[in-house]
Write a protein that binds this ligand. Structure first.
Ligand code: SF4
Ligand SMILES: [Zn+2]
Length: 289
């Protein structure tokens, strides 16, 4: 579990706990996904996620340091019944009543009646659902084997809004199968598409090597592994964004860095840009130039 600060829709800075739950593997097999490395081959046993949540929240509770928001990330779709058993909705929701907002992830195809059940279980706690849009480039999206079209993403976003949930969209930096000289333009179009769907926050996620499939594409020259400067350039190009918030995902940032001398300064700058939603002066490093 990690606790971070995040800018909320009102502009206030909220503390957010992210709890990584271990459950059943996602039935999709998206080309860029490495989340299956952290899942089980069998369905999640009822009660297992509740125990994991109790274990994660225990230390925060004892310190009296419970954040106001929480993300429950299960390395798949929260609304996949193999991953999150229906009978766990009530016990999980009862433990989340002390938070003002709960964020879960889902593939757009699973946005349906179970979202309503989860929202009803949460009661007054607001719900945000994070979905991978990945890219608005239609051919690249199809080749990612996400088995989702842009129309389906838009329909799922509209349904979530009708359920009273806000939506977070993940975008890849860069998406595989998009030509190098078109990456910036497709990022701009992808952000625009996400906000046209009514989402409230875009998270820019550097695409990670290491799942085998991407490594093979990289070797064939069909995927360019990003470096830290790609994420810096992507966020700087996206801000300021009047239609909503745009964040850079800072998880495992060291994996994208080529210089230990400036890594901390670059992380601090990106974190500040996430919070302030404006471009801050670039980092000058004498070690890497
Ligand atoms: S739907 Fe999400 S969790 Fe499942 S394989 Fe695709 S990217 Fe990974
Ligand atoms: Zn440097």
């Amino acid at each position: 579990m990690v606790v971070e600060e995040e800018r909320s829709e009102s502009g206030a800075i909220a503390r957010v706990a992210t709890v990584f739950l271990t459950g059943a593997e996602c039935p999709w097999r998206c080309v860029m996904c490495d989340l299956w490395l952290h899942t089980l081959e069998e369905p999640t046993a009822p009660g297992s996620l509740v125990r994991q949540l109790d274990l994660a929240l225990g230390p925060l509770d004892r310190e009296g340091a419970l954040p106001s928001r929480i993300k429950l990330y299960n390395a798949g779709s929260f609304f996949d019944l193999q991953a999150v058993p229906l009978e766990d909705y009530g016990p999980l929701a009862s433990r989340l009543q002390r938070f003002e907002q709960v964020v879960v992830e889902s593939h757009p195809a699973l946005v349906g009646e179970r979202v309503e059940r989860w929202r009803d279980a949460l009661g007054p706690v607001s719900l945000e659902v994070a979905m991978g849009l990945e890219t608005a480039h239609p051919e690249a999206l199809e080749r990612l084997h996400k088995r989702m079209t842009l129309d389906q993403f838009a329909a799922a976003s509209a349904r979530l809004s009708a359920y009273g949930a806000s939506v977070r969209a993940f975008l890849l930096v860069p998406p595989p199968f998009v030509a190098r000289d078109e990456e910036a333009e497709w990022l701009r179009r992808s952000i625009a598409f996400a906000f046209e769907c009514g989402i409230s926050v875009v998270s820019l996620v550097p695409t990670r090597l290491g799942n085998g499939a991407l490594d093979a594409l990289h070797a064939q020259g069909q995927f360019r592994a990003p470096r830290l400067r790609d994420l810096e350039q992507a966020l700087a190009a996206a801000l300021p964004e009047p239609r909503g918030r745009v964040f850079a995902d800072l998880w495992d940032l060291a994996a994208f860095s080529d210089c230990t001398a400036c890594l901390d300064a670059r992380r601090t700058r990106l974190h500040a840009m996430n919070l302030e939603q404006r471009v801050l002066p670039a980092i000058r490093c004498t070690a890497c130039g």
